[in-house]
Design a protein around this ligand. Structure first.
Ligand SMILES: Cc1ncc(COP(=O)(O)O)c(C=O)c1O
Length: 284
């Protein structure tokens, strides 16, 4: 089934048609399985694997409508997008998700302590809160007061220091900086939201041709990682799908820090472009 990768979908240039095609695929899958066989539909507000795929307009609204139509629960996996990563408390708020359940982790403690959790609507919680159903799933450290206190302290700081406002205010600046990386010919796509961005690298921008495995490994590990580490930037490069540089700066990052991050990525990409031309010349 297609993901929300507009860059590689044949209808990606036409947002309304793209949304309709994606939702038609979801509905087809539900019908193929049989609606009574599908308990949940789960999706990330911005998908991590493959590199920060944002949903086209109307996508989450459409998922909600399909779930309502077939009596299925909608789950938002907000392990990444929860607690500020996309400039809102939850990605679902930004993309009109209205999920029945929502999973979260990383940002709830700003990463200072390991904590994950799930939020649910009153309807989903009702059997446990007003009935006599028991959620038969225990964890040794579930609901531990130490980590939950750390989470509360982190959330207080988010509010007091306007951390989400910082992300919202600087998103256009970060986007504009990243867009300038298109000057390097191996940059195919720039996508993301808030402080969660990816730069997809291609061999040929016109055809969107991607790299062979050994080329991607050379590009990401030998060249880009080395270039970035040397300049003081640790960042995630991923070639499980098409090769991407993934950028998730701290939510407190100011414009100077964002600028230096984008500057280092740009220098590394320029070095990679030169390296790639050399490599291609030697192979010829
Ligand atoms: C989007 C997303 N969902 C789920 C998970 C898994 O979360 P956990 O390791 O808390 O089970 C991750 C982990 O990185 C993630 O990025």
């Amino acid at each position: 089934m297609s993901n929300t990768n507009a860059y590689r979908h044949p209808l990606g240039h036409d947002e309304a048609a793209f949304t309709a095609a994606l939702l038609a695929e979801v509905e087809e899958a539900i019908q193929w399985e049989g609606p009574d066989q599908v308990a949940i539909v789960i999706a990330e507000p911005v998908q991590n694997s493959g590199g920060s795929f944002t949903p086209p307009a109307g996508y989450w609204k459409g998922l909600r409508a399909l779930c309502d139509k077939y009596g299925i629960l909608l789950v938002a996996d907000e392990v990444i997008t929860g607690f500020g990563r996309v400039g809102e408390w939850f990605g679902s708020l930004r993309f009109e998700g209205r999920p029945d359940l929502l999973t979260f982790a990383k940002g709830v403690t700003a990463g200072h302590a390991p904590l994950g959790g799930v939020l649910m609507s009153e309807k989903v919680a009702a059997p446990f809160t007003s009935g006599d159903a028991v959620f038969t799933h225990g964890l040794t450290f579930g609901g531990h007061p130490l980590t939950t206190s750390i989470a509360l302290a982190a959330l207080d700081i988010y509010e007091r220091e306007g951390v989400l406002d910082n992300v919202r205010a600087n998103e256009p600046f970060l986007r504009a900086g990243l867009e300038e990386l298109r000057r390097v010919p191996i940059v195919g796509d720039i996508r993301g939201a808030g402080y969660f961005w990816s730069v997809e690298l291609v061999k040929d921008r016109t055809t969107k041709q991607t790299w062979e495995d050994d080329e991607a490994s050379w590009l990401l590990r030998d060249i880009l990682t080395a270039q970035m580490v040397e300049r003081g930037l640790l960042c995630r490069l991923d070639d499980r799908g098409d090769p991407v540089i993934q950028l998730s700066p701290p939510l407190v990052a100011d414009r100077a820090l964002l600028d230096s991050m984008v500057g280092i990525v740009g220098q590394a990409l320029e070095a990679a472009w030169v390296g790639w031309q050399d490599r291609a010349a030697h192979a010829a």
